[in-house]
Design a protein around this ligand. Structure first.
Ligand code: 26Y
Length: 804
């Protein structure tokens, strides 16, 4: 999509005038942003139309990626990049006296996700379009995104994220594609003709699902795919039933908020209704589109692949069965065979508490027909397995409905032809430890697809200064093929290149330092080591381990005022689920420790702690390019993959990591000498579990350094944390330190010392940093989605794709 400066400026001014009857000099940043956005949308609309017309004409098999979360962040700059408009627009606006950055700043983050899983979905959407693959997203258009985080007296406070209040230029409401979704009521099966049972419904509640489509623009390839997000409305025919505002509100609440909880499911009916709502709407719309192809429904699996992103959309399986059975009159056997071919599932966690289960009573009440189908899937599964598997325990462990609950992961596994984990270790653990019985039943269904990241957003856009150095040094092919970053290895002994990379890092650190000063008043030096831990706040991610090391450093300085560690800035970004009190306690403790250390003159600025408020995609784009050290310190086995580890590596940070998730693959890619690993391994973790031999209190009693650090939480050293300090103390000592923080403390401290040593040898450090950048191409989500496309979805690019 090419445009010249002249064309752009003329069109931009016309549009501004048309929309607001204004000239450039009178318009606000917001008006200019809206003008630019609508102009871009008009420009890519014909490509968007063209893309789906081509899919239609070729009867292209497409994948539909069902995800209850999408976390794209801002779209303006990334759309400009992918349209190949970025430079022209930047220059043209500058000529008109407009700074593109100001327009970027007024766009709200599209924050329809909690963390890793939602951001992965968005990287995949970018990659699928950029690789020319026929794929679409399907999710919920939450009226409020993930809460905005504020700190008041060091405590996390949640405020609503009203991201739509100024409209959304990127979305297109498609009234003509709306569908109805049904809830509640009674259902029974009646014999409509001989031998054929059909459901008959009474007293159902009907809601309207209205889609809002957003174009996913491929990187300079003229392709535009779709993410379709559903919003609830009251159908015109039902208006009479909901006359009071309260009644209407209750229904409209269905798509009002994203559940900000990725740790404990509170069993909320609304959440289950959300899951069914976007699943049913999405599947109905797929089938409706499929019908326009004029192909027999018996062959739908040759045209449609449906991906279930974690278990939240697992109702895809019974819903698809419902349509094939009740609306298309297929037999159970055929419907099931087709469903299996269509569905695939990704697991993102091994934490038992994050495995979704719903009470039978609730599903039965909310989704009576779906429950019947789940029951029948389960009945047939148990019957079949009882014939094939001798061990009764295996069947007991794998069935879907148990103790009055529906196990969503079991449903997803039984109904999918492919089940994947998100890093090698995680996929192995699924087979050997988490789901061994399923693995024994379906060995061929299990596979690994290591996560990846979109280098366009996480390097080209967020780190312009490094990108320029790369262009100058290795040419620009890495922008299309991130594996070409490896060419940088030819320059690892080139002082000039090392210096240029360092200077770009310093520039990014300066930019972040200015932001920190503006937003928190804390002054930090860009010459300090920027040590970064950014991710959701979770006990297993062990922000506490990081904090404990900081407290140790502080105590060392107090004890030995002459010591001269290299100055460090410890940077945190993390939201805690509002109901997760322990995570909030850790936030409070970090904030109070920051108060203490940042204001203690004895510290002489050798340590600063900065906990930035409201960590989100845009903030990540600012922090990551400025990081020296990447903290990836979860307890081995707990972090399925992690993706900030990949983003930080790509931006030249050196990883300080446990052997968990994708950290292991990062180590294998960069080599032992370019990463700093520590901590117990998965085998040691499982040994402790098996022998129940872990004793946290013995570390407290026998290690004076640990004791002194832990006591700081309860002896007044850290002020204002009377309750919180006790809670931390108890979690470690009374409740035996569930995530082995004390076990790993010593080796973490040693690893931190090694980091400091390496950093002091700047030449060595710069080489390590370069090698991290050079090897990060391996973690491009372009490759990840190509693997999904080839091995799971069996989809292909358009026949003439890539022809000039
Ligand atoms: C059921 C409900 C409580 C729930 C809601 C959200 C459960 C889980 C989640 C989200 C999980 C998540 O974000 N998992 C992360 O997925 C990333 C992408 O695969 C991984 O990199 C990361 O390790 C994993 O924690």
């Amino acid at each position: 999509m090419k445009i010249t400066k002249e064309q752009f400026q003329k069109e931009f001014k016309n549009r501004l005038n048309e929309k607001y009857a204004m000239g450039v000099e009178d318009a606000s940043a917001n008006e200019l942003y809206n003008t630019l956005g609508s102009m871009m949308r008009a420009a890519y609309s014909s490509k968007w139309h063209h893309t789906w017309k081509n899919y239609l004409a070729n009867q292209q098999k497409q994948v539909y990626y069902f995800s209850i979360e999408f976390l794209p962040g801002k779209l303006l700059e990334s759309n400009l990049l992918n349209m190949d408009w970025l430079e022209v627009v930047e220059e043209s606006l500058e000529d008109m006296g407009i700074d593109l950055k100001e327009l970027i700043n007024v766009e709200p983050d599209m924050g329809l996700g909690n963390g890793g899983l939602g951001r992965l979905a968005s990287c995949f959407m970018d990659s699928i379009a950029s690789c020319g693959l026929p794929g679409n997203g399907n999710g919920i258009r939450y009226q409020y995104g993930l809460f905005k985080q504020k700190f008041i007296d060091g405590y996390q406070v949640e405020l609503p994220d009203d991201w739509l209040n100024n409209g959304n230029v990127w979305e297109v409401r498609k009234d003509s594609k709306a569908v109805n979704v049904h809830f509640f009521g009674d259902v029974h099966l009646e014999e409509v003709e001989y031998g054929k049972l059909k459901p008959v419904y009474k007293n159902q509640q009907m809601l309207r699902a209205v889609p809002y489509d957003t174009g996913m623009i491929g990187y300079k390839n003229e392709m535009v795919n779709t993410v379709r997000l559903w919003s609830v409305e009251i159908p015109a025919s039902e208006e009479v039933h909901y006359r009071s505002i309260e009644e209407r509100r209750a229904l409209e609440d269905l798509t009002a908020v994203l559940y900000p909880d990725d740790s404990n499911e509170k069993g909320r009916l609304t959440r289950l209704a959300q899951e069914y709502f976007f699943v049913s709407a999405g599947i109905q719309s797929i089938v409706r589109y499929f019908k326009t192809l004029n192909v027999s429904i018996h062959n739908i699996h040759e045209y449609v692949a449906i991906h279930i992103n974690d278990t939240h959309p697992a109702l895809c399986i019974p819903e698809f069965m419902r349509i094939l059975l009740d609306e298309e009159d297929l037999t159970w056997e055929e419907a099931w065979a087709i469903t299996l071919k269509v569905m695939s599932y990704t697991n993102h966690t091994i934490m038992a508490e994050a495995m979704e289960k719903w009470s039978v009573d609730m599903i039965k009440r909310l989704l009576p027909r779906i429950y019947q189908i789940i029951e029948e899937i389960d009945r047939r599964f148990v019957e079949d397995m009882s014939l094939k598997v001798y061990d009764g325990k295996v069947v007991e462990n794998t069935k879907i409905i148990k103790h009055g609950e529906v196990h969503m992961a079991h449903l997803a596994i039984i109904g999918s032809h492919s089940i994947n984990g998100v890093a090698k270790l995680h996929s192995e653990l699924l087979k050997t430890t988490v789901l061994p019985d399923f693995y024994s039943i379906y060995p061929n269904r299990f596979n690994n697809k290591t996560n990846g990241i979109a280098q366009r957003r996480w390097l080209q856009l967020s780190n312009r200064s490094l990108s320029e150095v790369l262009d100058k040094t290795i040419g620009t092919t890495w922008r299309h093929d991130p594996l070409d970053l490896r060419l940088l290895l030819n320059y690892q002994d080139d002082e000039k290149v090392l210096e240029e990379i360092y200077q770009s890092k310093r520039k990014n650190k300066k930019r972040l330092a200015d932001f920190i000063e503006d937003h928190s008043g804390i002054v930090v030096s860009p010459d300090a080591i920027f040590d970064v831990q950014i991710k959701r706040l979770h006990a297993y991610k062990r922000q506490l381990l990081n904090l404990m090391h900081i407290i140790k450093c502080y105590q060392d300085i107090k004890e030995n005022p002459e010591s001269k560690p290299h100055p460090r800035v410890f940077i945190f970004g993390a939201k805690a689920a509002p109901s997760y009190t322990y995570a909030k306690t850790i936030i409070k403790c970090i904030n109070e420790t920051a108060q203490l250390i940042n204001n203690d003159p004895d510290v002489k600025d050798l340590i600063k702690i900065v906990f930035l408020e409201n960590y989100n995609v845009s903030l990540a784009e600012l922090i990551i390019p400025a990081a020296d050290v990447s903290e990836q310190i979860s307890l081995a086995t707990k972090e399925a993959s992690g993706t900030s580890n990949m983003k930080l590596m790509l931006n030249g940070a050196v990883t300080l990591a446990t052997l968990d998730g994708a950290n292991i693959e990062i180590r294998d890619a960069v080599g032992d000498e370019n990463i700093c690993t520590f901590g117990i391994t998965k085998d040691e973790v499982y040994d402790y579990y098996q022998n129940q031999s872990y004793s946290a209190v013995s570390y407290y009693e026998n290690d004076p350094v640990i004791r002194r650090v832990i006591e700081a939480f309860i002896d007044g050293t850290i002020p204002n944390i009377y309750h919180e300090g006790t809670e931390i103390f108890d979690s470690l000592i009374r409740y035996n330190d569930e995530f082995f923080v004390l076990r790993d403390f010593k080796s973490y401290v040693e690893a931190q010392e090694k980091i400091e040593e390496c950093y002091k040898d700047q030449n060595h450090w710069r080489k390590m940093s370069l090698r991290n950048i050079a090897h990060a191409g391996a973690f491009t989500s372009d490759e990840t989605v190509k693997n999904y496309a080839d091995e799971i979805w069996h989809i292909d690019t358009l026949p003439n794709y890539g022809d000039e």
